[in-house]
Ligand binder design. Structure first.
Ligand SMILES: [Zn+2]
Length: 275
């Protein structure tokens, strides 16, 4: 999709950034001598905005997008986790059918911990297609849940399912906001889109938004622990990595814990009357 086209369907960009960027009373980011101050909250005014995480696999949804969802719920908004597949091929020890059931149960348990809704599409792990059928399926979920904000994968991933999810979501946002595109439910324009900080999607990832997650760090970590893979049982130490990343991003933004997010280039444009 070209930028001007998508931009039409992302409304009120400036307000959306303020909505997710929670104003904080904590100290600003540590000042490094010679380096300009950065990362100070732009606004003390925020409105809790509903949020949808859309991931290729349930673990991605909760580990990399879950803290942002938890925070919006904590602030009084609705949150929903969408997984395009169950990630059922993610274990070398457990057969896909059984592991898929475990993944679904873990996601539902994690959703209950965070008071979030959970939805699944039934694409096969490793085989998520970049098709209009998939884009319309996600479009229909966006029209059903009406999120103000969507968080998804960045395209710079080594994992084909993550790349597919990025492509699907970008076009699904477009389809969902197109009034003339007749589906079962009326159009819904998403206000803003963010890409999550995922170790598998690191190529060209440049965060521009830091969201303090201190109030929800503990429940978020508890929700992630519903997944056996969180504890490193599939080979990668997700708990150590994402727990430490929350500390690291917190250091950079002057908070105890934070997550970093990346906006699409056109969403970074600010409209101001004075500098
Ligand atoms: Zn994944």
């Amino acid at each position: 999709m070209d930028k001007p086209t998508r931009r039409i369907f992302l409304k009120d960009l400036g307000a959306a950034t303020a909505g997710l960027s929670v104003a904080s009373d904590s100290a600003p980011a540590s000042q490094v001598p010679g380096r300009p101050q950065s990362g100070v909250a732009e606004s003390k005014v925020f409105t809790p905005t509903s949020i949808m995480a859309i991931a290729a696999h349930p673990g991605d949804a909760f580990f990399t997008m879950g803290a942002a969802v938890a925070l919006q719920i904590h602030l009084g908004a609705r949150g929903v986790f969408v997984s395009l597949s169950l990630g059922e091929k993610g274990s070398v020890k457990i057969a896909p059918a059984e592991y898929g059931s475990l993944q679904r149960e873990a996601a539902e348990r994690a959703g209950r911990i965070l008071r979030a809704q959970v939805a699944f599409l039934d694409y096969r792990d490793g085989e998520i297609p970049v098709s209009d059928e998939a884009k319309f399926a996600v479009c229909d979920l966006i029209r059903e849940y009406k999120p103000d904000i969507i968080v998804t994968h960045w395209r710079g991933s080594w994992h084909k399912d993550h790349q597919a999810c990025y492509a699907i979501v970008n076009d699904a946002v477009f389809y969902a906001g197109l009034p003339a595109l007749a589906r079962k439910l009326p159009a819904h324009a998403t206000r803003s889109l963010y890409f999550a900080d995922n170790w598998e999607d690191a190529e060209g990832y440049t965060p521009d938004t830091y969201l303090e997650i201190t109030p929800v760090f503990e429940p978020w970590a508890k929700a992630c622990a519903a997944f056996p893979m969180w504890r490193g049982e599939t080979g990668f130490r997700y708990n150590d990595y994402y727990g430490s990343l929350a500390v690291s991003r917190g250091c950079l933004s002057g908070n105890k814990y934070a997550v970093a997010l990346m906006s699409p280039p056109e969403q970074r444009t600010r409209r101001v009357q004075t500098l």
